[in-house]
Design a protein around this ligand. Structure first.
Ligand code: ATP
Length: 234
């Protein structure tokens, strides 16, 4: 069976005057469909750059990136825009909600331009915000705002959910609840979920752990029996 995602010798270089910055310097990894994947590594290792390339937010300098049987590194600008819009959900550390729109309007705004959108109110109910559809972001806690941003990503009905430090701005219990929501989304919907974190304590909840250092994969672990985040203490 071929992998759902396969990166081969992916490189991303930035030129700053005379200096070449090797943000990603030959990354290879494979991910199966429906896996919950955690990417860890020190600051500046290249984690966000890899996620951005995988999500079509940036292009690579070299290498191939197969996603669901298609090499997205060969996409032209329009194909990359369509891929990013229709196939990938993004969740960031900061929720980036539009302040003068309600929760349901924030989700609708993002999903209505996609190919296969889900109903915004249904997805908000699924993330536990059924009672808060008409609240504005300022009326919601940080954890609730992150749930809206997860709903916004899921309402696109994406193939792939990419999360860059999704708990970075949250306290311990709220962060745990958000990780539980992401893990449940993966388990219940069979969605492939990739989470970047600095918190290596959560790695036992992942099916696969990818360690990145100096723009390269420095280690990869496959957990045969990943555990629920609820049972992890840190
Ligand atoms: P952190 O955990 O601190 O978020 P990271 O592992 O996500 O770090 P990246 O953000 O991917 O690391 O950055 C990898 C390297 O590439 C860093 O040295 C960074 O300064 C550099 N870099 C990233 N984006 C650019 C850019 N647009 N121009 C120049 N250099 C960049």
């Amino acid at each position: 069976m071929s992998s759902f995602i396969e990166l081969k010798n992916v490189k991303k270089y930035y030129r700053m005057g005379e200096v070449i910055i090797k943000a990603v310097d030959g990354i290879d990894f494979e991910i199966n469909k429906g896996e919950f994947v955690v990417i860890v590594g020190p600051s500046g290792a290249g984690k966000t750059t890899v996620l951005n390339i995988l999500g079509g937010m940036d292009s690579c300098s070299e290498g191939s990136i197969m996603v669901d049987g298609v090499d997205i590194s060969e996409f032209n600008k329009k194909e990359l825009t369509n891929y990013r819009r229709d196939d990938v959900g993004f969740v960031f550390q900061f929720y980036n909600l539009i302040q003068n729109l309600t929760a349901v309007e924030n989700v609708e705004l993002a999903s209505q331009i996609c190919k296969n959108p889900l109903e915004a109110d249904v997805v908000l109910c699924e993330v536990g915000l059924g009672e808060r559809l008409l609240n504005f972001p300022a009326q919601l806690s940080g954890g609730e705002q992150q749930r809206v941003s997860i709903a916004r990503a899921l309402a696109k009905n994406p193939k792939l959910l990419l999360c860059d430090e999704p708990t970075g701005a949250l306290d311990y219990n709220t962060g745990k609840a958000i990780l539980k929501l992401l893990q449940d989304t993966c388990r219940e919907n069979g969605m492939t979920v990739i989470v970047i974190t600095h918190n290596s304590a959560i790695t036992p909840m992942a099916d696969r752990v990818i360690k990145i250092k100096n723009g390269k994969v420095s280690g990869m672990t496959v957990n045969e029996n990943p555990i629920s985040v609820e049972t992890i203490e840190w």
